[in-house]
Design a binder for this molecule. Structure first.
Ligand code: 8IG
Length: 279
């Protein structure tokens, strides 16, 4: 380790220095100094950048420091800079989510979030696809009201006693509810994955207070709050959680629900991002 001292050690995986370096590299690649808002597009939400405004730049995540090559062949994560129509702000759109189940690495999960903070983002929009414990139909979008972190992991290290009382911003949830009054709000439980839950685990999560089950978002939300950002979470329900629907879970059905919802979700993103910025 003799050669990993000083600056090199400070740029270690998951570090603030690496996030800062990534932000500088992205700002240079985009030719945009400041991104006021960041959006992580999860399962089903991938079309969300398209109607947001003119794309200023799009780079493969792997070209930015700290991003691991995508583990899904043919699906390189992208980092996109979009000029948000109707505002003078820029959005950093992240379709390079690193899931905890990929490498059991919560620091890697937090890297894009910390990078976003270093680009200037004060708002972090986290979207995902998830299962519903409640009888909410596939295709429904739920607003994340709170979460249960059931991963036994954290993106934080050291004495980072971060207050999570209002983690999913009441203010920004109200912005969503004003535009879309019918959306339910729910508690999202992040399981470690990659396996889906057993029916017993789903029942247990329900007793603990969860309405939704997924494999992302909670660790990212913690990292975002620790970095000083205001957080909003939106979940596309793609399936009844295991044991609550008529049959088993099939990833193909999950993807099909996402495809059917894609246009509607893209519209929602285009409506909500400017609304968050102006709130
Ligand atoms: I999409 O039912 C999607 N992601 N843990 N459980 C978990 N993650 C999910 C599910 C689900 N559906």
């Amino acid at each position: 380790m003799a050669n990993r001292t000083g600056a090199a050690a400070e740029r270690a995986e998951g570090s603030e220095a690496l996030a800062s370096e990534a932000a500088e590299a992205f700002a240079a690649a985009a030719g945009v100094e400041r991104h006021e808002i960041a959006v992580v597009l999860g399962s089903g939400w991938g079309a969300g950048a398209e109607r947001l405004g003119p794309v200023t730049a799009q780079v493969p995540a792997e070209s930015i420091p700290g991003f691991a090559p995508s583990s899904t062949p043919g699906h390189a994560g992208m980092l996109t800079s979009v000029q948000v129509a109707g505002t003078d702000a820029h959005a950093l759109v992240i379709t390079a989510r690193s899931h905890y189940y990929e490498r059991r690495d919560s620091l890697g999960v937090a890297h894009p979030i910390r990078m976003a903070a270093h680009t200037g983002a004060r708002i972090m929009v986290l979207t995902n696809g998830c299962g519903a414990i409640r009888p909410w139909a596939p295709g429904t979008v739920a607003i994340v009201r709170d979460h249960l972190n059931l991963t036994a992991a954290t993106p934080l290290a050291g004495a980072a006693f971060v207050d999570l009382t209002d983690l999913y911003s009441r203010r920004l949830r109200a912005v969503v509810s004003t535009r879309y009054p019918d959306l339910p709000q729910g508690v999202y439980a992040q399981f470690p994955g990659p396996q889906y839950e057993t029916p017993a685990e789903v029942r247990a999560a329900g007793i603990l207070g969860a309405d939704l089950v997924g494999m992302s978002t909670a660790l990212e939300a913690i990292a975002a709050r620790a970095a000083g950002m205001e957080v909003v979470g939106l979940s596309l329900i793609t399936n009844p959680a295991a044991g609550t629907g008529p049959g088993g879970l099939d990833h193909a059905d999950v993807l099909a629900t996402g495809r059917l919802a894609a246009e509607r979700l893209a519209d929602m993103i285009a409506v909500l991002i400017p609304a968050f910025l102006m709130a």
